[in-house]
Design a protein around this ligand. Sequence first.
Ligand SMILES: NC(=O)c1ccc[n+]([C@@H]2O[C@H](COP(=O)([O-])OP(=O)(O)OC[C@H]3O[C@@H](n4cnc5c(N)ncnc54)[C@H](O)[C@@H]3O)[C@@H](O)[C@H]2O)c1
Length: 337
Amino acid sequence: MRVLVTGGAGYIGSHTLVELLGQGHQACVVDSFLNGSPRALDRVRELTNGGLEVHEGDVRDTAFLTRVAIAFRPEAVIHFAGLKAVGDSGARPVEYYDVNVGGTLSLLRAMEASDCGRIIFSSSATVYGEPVYLPYDEAHPLKPTSVYGQTKLMAEILLTDWAKARPEASVMLLRYFNPVGAHASGRIGEDPRGVPDNLMPFLAQVATGQRDRLRVFGNDYPTPDGTGIRDYIHVVDLARAHVAALGRAEAVTGAEVYNIGTGRGYSVMEMLAAFSRAVGRDLPHEIMPRRQGDIAEMQADCAKAAGVLGWRAQYDIDDMAGSLWGWQSANPTGYDG
Ligand SMILES: NC(=O)c1ccc[n+]([C@@H]2O[C@H](COP(=O)([O-])OP(=O)(O)OC[C@H]3O[C@@H](n4cnc5c(N)ncnc54)[C@H](O)[C@@H]3O)[C@@H](O)[C@H]2O)c1
């Protein structure tokens, strides 16, 4: 299929491109490079020899996006472009709503102009908010606790209403849990700007000496070792879920939602231990007070993705840690090195 990929230069987008091109799909990337690097796309080309067209621009620029879409004639779109830092979203709500909701609106206009009716959307487990029960299944109530989560939920609502109005449309809402790790080649990976917001990229910078120690926020949660538990998923497994969702989008119409995780939670201390094993030494850490808004535990129920998409995560915690170290040790300063 011809697939238009917004935000393809980013962490999840670049890994998805490798899987898409590897399966023989053609891709056209639109990215502003706000948080992604053109070098990631060079490396995707190097890993795949695939046909990859790239356009630098903003998804909110509807005229630009429409020109690209009319020329490329996508049969499907994968929409990664967005802002994703939970803390930052509270400080800059206008920017987050503009990019994440406004960008999605703009994309739908470009899709309508180019007669494309299939879209896979990067949603997030943050749309669930505080767990009413665990693991979260797709029917769990939606009550995001951050501006970021609200923008993802609004985009989901918008896409679902769009599908209702267009009987030929197909919308796949993928709710990601916590993507970590990198491609086995060590050539592409997560390259955060500034201080990493998430546990694993932060830990990777502790291992390379860019940060002195990991700060563990809270060890008095009601979990076996007292630290927070999350459902981490290897980014290559996540990338493959998009290829499975594309197949589904080709076969059915309407809007569908899928949790994309492993169904298995790991605590901060378990992730620290796994990454220390990958690096070959114990990494320093310090216990800090809980962070406001953090929840004790979250895991996904992924039975729907397994049953309907035929997709399951393959990689375990040591694959996640080992591949992350492979990327970070070969590229200590990311794509700028
Ligand atoms: N990484 C996670 O933990 C996580 C979890 C759940 C959902 N998601 C969602 O998945 C998507 C991809 O996440 P990621 O981790 O790869 O993030 P990322 O920041 O690495 O990638 C996003 C890409 O979008 C581009 N971009 C940002 N704003 C743009 C705009 N206005 N126009 C065009 N391009 C723009 C950036 O330059 C970047 O290349 C995001 O929508 C994010 O909200 C991520």
